[in-house]
Design a protein around this ligand. Sequence first.
Ligand SMILES: Cc1cc2nc3c(=O)[nH]c(=O)nc-3n(C[C@H](O)[C@H](O)[C@H](O)COP(=O)(O)OP(=O)(O)OC[C@H]3O[C@@H](n4cnc5c(N)ncnc54)[C@H](O)[C@@H]3O)c2cc1C
Length: 398
Amino acid sequence: MAITPETQSYDAIVVGMGPAGSTAAYELSRAGASVLGLDKQLHPRYKVCGGGLSVRIDRILDADFKSVVEHTIHGVQFSYAGQDPFFIPSAGPIAYMVMRDRFDSLLVEKARRAGTDIHEGESAQDFIPLDGGVEVVTDRGRYRAKVLIGADGANSVVAQRLFPSRRQRGRPSLESEIGIGQAPVYPGEGKVLIDLGATARGYAWIFPKSERLSIGVAEFRGLTTSPREVFQRFIRDEKGLAPFSVPSPSGHPLPLYTAVGSSARRSLVSQRALLVGDAGHLVDPLFGEGIYYAIRSGQMAAASVLDTFHDRRKTLQEYEWAVGREILEEFHIAARLARIVYTFPRLCHRLMNRYHEVIGLYYDVLQGRESYQSFFSKAKSVVKSSFRELLLEAVPLR
Ligand SMILES: Cc1cc2nc3c(=O)[nH]c(=O)nc-3n(C[C@H](O)[C@H](O)[C@H](O)COP(=O)(O)OP(=O)(O)OC[C@H]3O[C@@H](n4cnc5c(N)ncnc54)[C@H](O)[C@@H]3O)c2cc1C
């Protein structure tokens, strides 16, 4: 009897074809697994995002994504509420700027070419655990798979339905895209701008693209009464934006990693389902970088799923352990740094201007030459060794 679309079965179903889902689907398909990739939107689609990729992405992604890179960044201009600007250059590139519609579309096409059966404009709505698998109910049909990968972003339905003990919420953020035509990019060729004083406990950014600027604000700690007011103030204070008209921003939750609560609240594996990328809150709590971790977690999830297909002794739990070792240990340090930066933003702004070598070490993290762990201990020793100098400056000896 022919299999009807309602009962079609796959090795894996991936819900959400952003960077996390497309990567997981690509890795599984090219290893020979049968994969269904669902996305409720049609690619290319707009995604609220700064589109900044740290260059350590080179270590995990094939170079073909370079065709959609619009700018390469060689340093950061820091400011505080539009004041006290300073620029810290880097020895080599630290970030690539992409528009997410083009970048994500490229990853979706790679997965499709590798053999993933991709259904766009189809929304996953319910998930029924089965013996040795999961049934996915969409607005168009029903499908079964041995494994389900939840890659459906910050408002993940997979997480809500299959991970009831997860109670994590995203942080408020807003972003707008300014068309600048042929005008020179601001703050300058090869530069991004980061302003720690624009918002109480977060930062505002300007990331240049071809013929446009992505500008946004995000609150990393505490509550924001009005993100739109914060956004408007940033535009008013940032004199370089004066010539441009700024379209009204769009909001999207930023699902920063948080270690608060029991491990069950942060679990990434439940029976035959795994969470990757934003669905698992795998976003760096210091500056909100999520694309790298979406892609990396997609790769790790695929590797773990393939292991269970090839070796019955392996379990999906190994994905969660691997993420813990490679990503979450880093995030714990990033969270400590975030506590310092967003509790004392003005002091940190001043210290960054004073200790350019610490920012240089952070650039090494973006380049993949340092981990957060090695950055933290090196940065501490730089600041400690200058502490006496700082004290002498504050209280000069007679
Ligand atoms: C304002 C802002 C700025 C940011 N800037 C940066 C930055 O500069 N650099 C950086 O690294 N990160 C940044 N991030 C974070 C980054 O956008 C995310 O970490 C990244 O998009 C995560 O990828 P993902 O694949 O997990 O999820 P997404 O990219 O959100 O993809 C999820 C996909 O799932 C689909 N989907 C959702 N629900 C369903 C459903 N029920 N059924 C089927 N499909 C579904 C969606 O249509 C979408 O295509 C920013 C985030 C925000 C909010």
